[in-house]
Design a protein around this ligand. Sequence first.
Ligand SMILES: NC(=O)c1ccc[n+]([C@@H]2O[C@H](COP(=O)([O-])OP(=O)(O)OC[C@H]3O[C@@H](n4cnc5c(N)ncnc54)[C@H](O)[C@@H]3O)[C@@H](O)[C@H]2O)c1
Length: 341
Amino acid sequence: MKKYRIGIVGSGGIARRHTDGYRAIAGDLCEIVAACDINQETLDKYCEKYNVPLKFTNPEDLIESGEVDVISLLTPPAVRSEVIFPAFEHGIHILVEKPFAEKMSDAIAFVEAAEKAGVVLAVNQQMRFMPEMLKAREIIKSGEIGQVRFIAHDSFQNRTSTRGWRKDEERLEISIFSIHVLDRLRWLMGRPPEAVSAVMRSWDEEVRGETFTALTVQFEDGMMGTMVSNWHSMTIPECRLRIDGTEGTILLEKPGVGSDQCRLKVHTLGGDPKEYDCSRSNNSSLAMGDNMKNLIQAAESGTQPINSGRDNLETMAIVDGAYLSASRGGAKVGISEVWKS
Ligand SMILES: NC(=O)c1ccc[n+]([C@@H]2O[C@H](COP(=O)([O-])OP(=O)(O)OC[C@H]3O[C@@H](n4cnc5c(N)ncnc54)[C@H](O)[C@@H]3O)[C@@H](O)[C@H]2O)c1
């Protein structure tokens, strides 16, 4: 198989982790041949550090160059449609960073355009491919904890120094951070969300968007999920995931959702407690490599990847539902309303 030629669009902070991850996990399937950034200095630094031969200062030139098969779109959330639609017209596949889109209606338009163009559109939600998530899913599937009824996934961090474009984001805490946590929650439930209720607070006067979220998601079959994400937990950073089934519980504890360190406990009724070390170095970066690998394998086989844009619509629906609910003081919002909006 010929290696897929990747063009990075947005060679800022997260591009470095993507690059390491693609090279470690999907190095036999792809190579980064080009990069594009509107900031010349950022572009030069990136290309020099990673030995990337082709440089572009606007996405249009990269798309029209005919030099890439896949674009890895790593720009702030406002930069999506101006790259996605023209790329599809040139038959270019796209892996887009979270948040997939600024709002649900945009995400739906991207998915429909990809399907019409016959290209693969995938979303980078790398946290779902981390070892602890794979282990938790394996345990759930084995039936060891019985039927899952409730999942609580919470994050507590001191993120009180928000800078750059993030300061101006109207949608901040969920759209930029806890979209990861919600994607994991949904991924573990394995069922479509039905309704969401959320309250948010903006406790940082320096930024535009929310910095605290507490929400409840109701899933099909009566399954319940909750999430609290606080950016103002000044000490004791913690990311906790508790999965209660009819026969037992899985408890995951790590210092942060993206952290390399993780312990997973499984306690079942009448069984011996088990504990697994799910730690892994360069966790986030390697999981980004998994995202790219899934995209390329799907493009090669003409199938949809498990991290497809269409799959991500259900995560986006929870996100949009949460903002709608918060705007109504925490009232319950049916997911069907979000799909229609
Ligand atoms: N998956 C994760 O864990 C994770 C972590 C951090 C950021 N992200 C996501 O990655 C994206 C980028 O975040 P970042 O932290 O790298 O931001 P950043 O500001 O460090 O980098 C973004 C780059 O995009 C460039 N850019 C802006 N508009 C452009 C355009 N029209 N064409 C080409 N380049 C353009 C900027 O000049 C900048 O260099 C966001 O969507 C963010 O949510 C994901």
